[in-house]
Design a binder for this molecule. Structure first.
Ligand code: KIV
Length: 268
């Protein structure tokens, strides 16, 4: 039995091996992902949109996240090769240091191995408090869906020079505070490439071009069954697959060999 750990993922970054990540929200999908060789399973708060049918991730609660993290952890544990599990901290569950500690504890006890938080420099105190207590944290910058109303919609971020500088400053602050991984969502390829090269931690891209260390997609998007608009960065892997395990395997192969994402899935 093989278990993917933070050490494994850091070694992949160092050796240049692309890291694969997909979301899952239940035991059957997490088992299939782990068996297909997906390195990281993200229990995303995207479950609000693709599982619960909400318009955004804002309505997702801590109880929802703890429940789905538990289900995902159980399916992953049954696989021969276990993926690394990241759990999203939902909307307003980490707005104070105290909330961040209490709520991260719940997700780690539910089976998460790392928690993910959205936002920039304001988060540093909470990240420091979590990491000092041995809870690994993944940052999330660029398009941060929990702030969709403040951002004015689901738009590419960091396109002008000032916005790109702000993202780079946020990355530097979060890294200094102790994040061990970073998601960059919907940012131009070259900005994501520059950030990935400038940090020692694995950078996971979604709509961030092919040059990040890792790639993530929402599982229902890449299977073509989400009841919503598909962003440019999504590829439907079911179109050329006979079944779901084969589609997941095709995603793993295309990320590992660098054919996904292509230019048609990326922003400039
Ligand atoms: O919630 C989620 O699925 C995410 C990914 C889109 C990165 O945060």
């Amino acid at each position: 039995m093989q278990k993917i750990t933070l050490t494994t993922l850091n070694k992949m970054k160092q050796s240049g091996e692309k890291i694969t990540c997909l979301t899952a929200y239940d035991a059957s999908f997490s088992y299939q992902l782990a068996e297909a060789g997906v390195d990281i399973i993200l229990v995303g708060d995207s479950l609000g949109m693709v599982v619960q049918g909400e318009q955004s991730t804002v309505p997702v609660t801590m109880d929802d996240m703890a429940y789905h993290t538990q289900l995902v952890a159980k399916g992953n544990e049954k696989a021969e090769r276990q993926a690394f599990v990241i759990a999203d901290m939902p909307y307003m569950s980490y707005s104070t240091v105290e909330d961040a500690l209490l709520n991260a504890k719940q997700l780690m006890q539910a089976g998460g191995q790392m928690v993910k938080v959205e936002g920039g420099q304001w988060l540093c105190e909470s990240i420091l408090a979590l990491t000092e207590r041995g809870i690994p944290v993944c940052g999330h910058l660029g398009l941060t869906p929990q702030s969709v109303d403040a951002l004015g919609g689901y738009k590419v971020q960091g396109r002008d020079q000032q916005a790109a500088i702000k993202i780079k400053q946020d990355v530097a602050a979060l890294v200094k505070a102790g994040i061990r991984m970073l998601v960059l969502e919907c940012v131009p390829t070259e900005l994501a490439a520059e950030i990935s090269q400038s940090v020692d931690i694995p950078v996971i891209g979604i709509g961030a071009g092919p040059k990040t260390d890792a790639q993530v997609l929402v599982i229902y998007d890449m299977l073509g069954i989400s009841p919503r608009f598909y962003a440019k960065f999504v590829k439907n892997f079911m179109q050329q697959a006979d079944d779901i395990p084969s589609a997941i395997k095709a995603y793993v192969d295309e990320v590992k060999n660098g054919t996904f994402p292509g230019e048609e899935h990326s922003f400039s």
